[in-house]
Design a protein around this ligand. Structure first.
Ligand code: SF4
Length: 348
């Protein structure tokens, strides 16, 4: 067993040690055994997040024909893909999505839209959507609609937005290779505004775009410092027509190693393995929890299909983990701090 992995694993467990960039790079060297890393990542997950798994769902409220050119995305109008294209969905479809999310066991439904960010007049639509979600109840209202000003964030928060999804996607260094129509720092500014406004932050990445381990480490440290409470980890599902359609797929063990690395660096946050789970991990999907994940996405992704929620629920049950119950938060925890672990799950 690697001495450095065991030493750092113990330090995170016993003292909540925040890994430095150099330490992060040490534990993802090719010589480090993925199973060693996962052994400690699993212990760290159990200590800081318990045995509860958070499951959320999303609905794409406005899809395709996007002005931006993110290299991985089926929705960029610049690329010839088979992405569906539609304008804002009618509120009845949001209600149906909220009901389906609740039924599937998801604690939250994220309203997701393509584009750089919303126009001020679009916000009325989101306010109405959230009202229809309130009629269903017991599903947290999350919104993921791109770069937003502080006043736009304030308006949505006042209307009930609990959490805002806004991925950084990749490291500052690698970002220009992924997107040329906006910059990393524009995305960072939205996260800083969310933190100032006291809105929970869901921010993560997509891996397998050609980035290096140093990019993965740098991004994890940025997410930690910016206060992301939930970290979606997406793994490239190669879409024909996009510039990364022929990228080499990540090896399943490298995916698990990336999850374990993030559990070391972001030890007390929720880590979700979302897009690309089925297609990239295949039979190794259930190992994401051993690698340190504490969240999954139920149902379909934005433009690709997931597997039935019942299959994921059975996987969670078989692993003797517990699905977090759907609920509505009465008070918001401070931005960037994960919610406290329910007593029954803590320390298991
Ligand atoms: S990731 Fe979002 S902003 Fe980028 S092209 Fe896709 S829909 Fe547009």
């Amino acid at each position: 067993m690697s001495d450095i992995v065991a030493e750092l694993g113990r330090k995170v467990l016993e003292t909540g040690h925040k890994l430095t960039r150099e330490e992060g790079l040490e534990i993802c060297k090719p010589s480090v055994d993925a199973y060693d890393l996962m052994y400690w990542a699993n212990k760290i997950r159990k200590k800081y997040r318990g045995d509860e798994v958070k499951a959320c769902s999303i609905v794409s409220v406005k899809t395709g024909a996007c002005s931006e050119d993110c290299s991985f995305c089926a929705q960029a109008s610049k690329y010839k893909t088979n992405s569906p294209v539609h304008d804002f969905l009618p509120p009845e479809q949001i209600k149906a999505a909220a009901k389906a999310a609740k039924k599937s066991g998801s604690y939250a439904l994220g309203l997701v839209a393509q584009g750089y960010g919303p126009k001020d007049e679009d916000l009325d639509i989101y306010v109405d959507y959230m009202k229809t979600m309130d009629e269903v109840g017991m599903v947290e209202k999350h919104i993921n609609i791109g770069i937003m000003s502080e006043s736009q964030i304030g308006r949505l928060k006042d209307a009930g937005m609990v959490c805002c999804g806004h991925n950084l996607e990749t490291s500052r260094r690698f970002f220009p290779k992924v997107c040329s129509t906006h910059g990393y720092d524009e995305r960072v500014e939205t996260l800083k505004s969310l933190k100032r406004q006291g809105v929970k932050i869901c921010s993560g990445a997509i891996f397998g775009l050609g980035e290096e381990w140093i990019d993965r480490v740098d991004l994890a440290i940025d997410l930690r410092e910016l206060g992301a409470g939930n970290i979606p980890m997406n793994f490239l599902n190669r879409i024909e027509g996009t510039p990364v359609a022929n990228a080499l797929p990540m090896e399943p063990l490298d995916i698990l190693k990336t999850v374990a690395l993030y559990r070391f660096i972001l030890f007390d946050r929720d880590l979700g393995v979302y897009g690309g789970r089925e297609v990239n991990l295949r039979d190794l999907q259930s190992m994401i929890f051993f690698a340190g994940a504490s969240a999954v996405m139920m149902g379909n992704y934005l433009t690709t299909a997931g597997r039935p929620a019942e299959v994921d629920k059975q996987m969670i049950k078989d692993l003797q983990l517990k699905l977090a119950p759907p609920r509505v938060l009465e008070t918001l925890p401070p931005a960037g701090h994960p919610e406290p672990i329910p007593a029954r799950a803590a320390g298991n």
